[in-house]
Design a protein around this ligand. Structure first.
Ligand code: ZN
Length: 378
């Protein structure tokens, strides 16, 4: 109760802080952290049948664990709102799942599945949590192919998925929208999840992995796809069908998601504090120069091509934009000084761009922030 009271307090502070700047911000209940849970498969798509010893298949276990997770989140975290792509045994298309998450403006997308080992060996076991990326091993590629292949059950899939070949996740690259912006956060959550499976559920973790999954490529928020375990492995199949097993996996997911959400809220609180202290606070040194790098604050991304004028961006100037794929990204500021850009980020957040974040460019090419910060520590 103590922590819950603390988080309520944080929200109160946030409301006061943002409210005092007179922003046209969302109504208070929209401040909840929205999590879209996606139980894999459903209806005529059973997912993997496992060893075939059970009537249940992947879709049933995914649904049980998803509903259990949602229930825990809603009952224990008053600041979280849970939505589902399906809450019963129905078959939403693969395409509709990320669309639902995007339309609801979810802050997090979690797709829940069970794994299968091809062939008859059934020796592989353990959990895996995926973020979007190019597969590094054939095994990861096989997982993505199997999960993407649901598309073949849909009519007119060639038209619906515009050139996406479920067997060639590389074909996703051109269709990827914004997920790369959320990769760091997705990896963070994925590592909490795998860690919890190991420590809380005492399972074997096969680690955080990358592959090209349709549902992950199409979301506008941090997104992970969890493979709870292998239904082709007899013992693991028994475990995942048992209520003890499902309870332990659900509790592990809950702990990981709670940790992630609480950290996000802490960060928002820090930003709110920094904002109230003003930009001359003594927490930030004056300059931190990275000579080859240009930092910018990404304030928005949209398919609309807007003029980079202050009236389009809540009065901010020093704007630039970049088109990647079908999406325009809009930036505020341009400097080699990391501290300067931190201040600009806070300024952008004050103006109402609450999800603004810093990006880095080298020779005009976007590079990941973590590589920039790594180069200086060595
Ligand atoms: Zn699946």
């Amino acid at each position: 109760m103590q922590t819950r009271a603390n988080y309520l307090l944080v929200f109160f502070i946030l409301l006061l802080t943002y409210g005092s700047f007179g922003l046209d911000s969302d109504p208070p209940d929209a401040k909840k952290f929205v999590i879209m849970i996606d139980p894999g498969h459903g209806g005529r798509d059973g997912g993997t049948p496992g060893t075939g010893r059970y009537k249940t298949t992947e879709k049933d276990i995914a649904l049980d664990v998803s509903l259990g997770l949602g229930k825990l989140l809603e009952s224990e975290l008053s600041y979280v709102e849970v939505l589902y792509t399906r809450s019963k045994d129905v078959f939403p298309t693969l395409k509709s799942r990320p669309i639902a998450a995007n339309e609801k403006g979810a802050d997090l997308f979690i797709s829940i599945h069970c794994n299968a080992q091809p062939g008859r060996k059934g020796t592989a076991y353990g959990s895996e949590t995926y973020v979007l990326g190019l597969h590094k091993t054939d095994a990861n590629l096989e997982v993505a192919k199997r999960e993407n292949s649901v598309i073949f059950l849909e009519e007119d899939y060639e038209e619906t998925y515009q050139g996406f070949d479920p067997n060639s996740p590389e074909s996703l690259i051109g269709l990827m929208i914004m997920q790369e912006d959320y990769l760091d956060q997705s990896i963070e959550l994925a590592s909490y999840i795998e860690n919890e499976f190991k420590t809380t559920a005492k399972r074997k973790s096969r680690g955080v992995k990358q592959a090209g999954f349709w549902v992950l490529a199409q979301t506008y928020m941090p997104s992970v796809l969890v493979e709870l375990g292998f239904l082709t492995h007899r013992k693991e199949e028994d475990y995942l069908n048992s209520s003890k097993g499902k309870r332990a996996m659900t509790r592990s997911l809950f702990n990981a998601v709670k940790r992630y959400v609480d950290l996000r809220i802490d960060q928002q609180q820090e930003i709110a504090m920094a904002t109230t202290e003003g930009t001359n606070g003594n927490t930030v040194a004056d300059t931190a120069l990275y000579t080859d790098i240009t930092f910018k604050v990404q304030i928005a991304a949209s398919s609309r091509n807007l003029e980079t004028k202050p009236f389009n961006f809540k009065g901010l100037d020093d704007l630039s934009k970049e088109k990647r794929g079908k999406i325009y990204r809009y930036f505020y500021g341009a400097t080699s000084d990391l501290n300067e850009i931190e201040r600009k980020k806070i300024e952008a957040i004050k103006k109402g761009y609450s999800t603004a974040f810093i990006v880095a460019f080298k020779n005009g090419e976007r590079i990941p922030m973590n590589t920039v910060l790594k180069t200086t520590s060595n």
